[in-house]
Design a protein around this ligand. Structure first.
Ligand SMILES: [Zn+2]
Length: 390
């Protein structure tokens, strides 16, 4: 539920709730606020116990090794036979003369700086030429990925496979896989982890010249880092609906500015799971509610993620996005709120944007609030107040 324009009474009631009131709505005094005409700005309050986000820290502890330092990725070319009957390629005649070395050069020049920027220098995928795999006429692309995993060096952390054929438009452009938990201490050879990403040939079509789009490769590598889709509606005409996360519509920036080639930035929860944000950068909403001054989640300092745990084990995440950098396609900065849905096993199942409607670029502004899952997230000048809805 989203309220774009609160009534003045409601707005003043909200900004009057904060810390001193401990979220106790009975203490709010809207008549006083109305009398002054100057809404009180909430004061930041101490965060709640980080024990409340235990499943997220456990997930980070189990998986952040994937997103740490240099990630040695072999590039393999997947040759698709002209008579392929696999539905994803069926009937498409184009085969591109791609080379693993040529693609590794492009990715080192373009994708490595993207992740280096997202991680503030903590993660750098390093691409090098692997080899070539070939499908039989009836084989699906995963068979090429399997060949690359078996054929990779034992110092390789992951494989990226690029088909020499395009995909039929009704199929996704690629897929990515975070693999299985490393059985020994990281680094973990790809033969053990099976971390992989795969894309069709479309983004390396000669029509792109020397400026091919990188967002799809970046999205699939996001899966290989361990990230899950956000704003994904299975079965919809456009299932990737969010323009504020690499792990949704990765092409969103280019739809606003045709010169863009990288994906959007990603969400604070993904930075946290990658180990690029620490617990010290997170504010957990106390059960009674409270207020926090959020710094941009794409920045390098301050509290950059607010989390409200839900009784069912999932979470609401709140962050400040700015309309610059990889998010320069946003019309304006503001506050984004997501529901991070967890599985019973403690993995992230899906992430649901809760502010506005697709493409979710109309972020919460001061004097606006959103209610979801029993919490109200209200914004005033520089402060986010999260209170239980009673
Ligand atoms: Zn995906």
């Amino acid at each position: 539920m989203l309220f774009r324009r609160s009534s003045p009474f409601l707005m003043l009631l909200l900004v009057g709730l904060p810390a001193a009131c401990g979220g106790d709505n009975g203490d709010a005094n809207p008549s006083t606020a109305l009398a002054t005409g100057v809404p009180a700005i909430p004061s930041p309050t101490p965060g709640g116990s980080t024990e409340g986000i235990g499943s997220l820290t456990a997930l980070r502890d189990a998986g952040a090794w994937r997103a740490e330092g240099a990630d040695e990725i072999e590039v393999w070319i997947c040759h698709v036979p002209a008579d392929s009957t696999a539905p994803i390629y069926n009937g498409l005649p184009l085969r591109l003369p791609l080379t693993a070395a040529g693609i590794a050069d492009i990715l080192n020049a373009r994708v490595t700086p993207y992740f280096d920027a997202l991680s503030h220098g903590l993660y750098q995928p390093q691409f090098r030429a692997g080899g070539e795999a070939t499908l039989a006429a009836d084989q699906e692309p995963q068979l090429c990925v399997d060949q690359a995993i078996v054929g990779a060096d034992d110092t390789t952390d992951a494989v990226l496979v690029v088909a020499d054929a395009e995909h039929r438009p009704e199929f996704p452009g690629g897929f990515g896989n975070p693999g299985v938990p490393c059985p020994a201490e990281p680094p973990c050879p790809v033969l053990d982890s099976r971390r992989s990403a795969y894309v069709g040939a479309s983004d390396f079509h000669p029509d792109w010249g020397d400026q091919p789009p990188m967002d799809l490769v970046e999205h699939e590598l996001g899966h290989a880092v361990g990230w899950t889709h956000s704003g994904f509606v299975d079965g919809a005409d456009s299932p990737y609906q969010s323009a504020i996360d690499l792990m949704s519509n990765s092409a969103a920036p280019r739809e606003t500015d045709a010169s863009r080639r990288d994906g959007p930035d990603t969400l604070a929860i993904n930075r946290f799971l990658a180990g690029w944000l620490t617990v010290a950068d997170v504010w957990v909403a106390p059960l009674a509610g409270g207020s926090v001054a959020l710094q941009p989640s794409t920045g390098t300092t301050g509290t950059r993620l607010a989390i409200a745990p839900l009784a069912n084990g999932s979470y609401l995440t709140v962050e400040s996005l700015t309309a610059d950098g990889f998010n320069s396609h946003l019309p304006a900065g503001g506050i984004a709120v997501h529901r991070v849905v967890m599985t019973a096993e403690g993995a992230v199942q899906v992430i649901v944007p809760l502010v506005g409607e697709a493409p979710f670029t109309d972020l919460l502004q001061p004097d606006e609030f959103v209610e979801s899952d029993g919490w109200r997230i209200a914004v005033s000048d520089g402060i986010v107040t999260i209170t239980p809805v009673v």
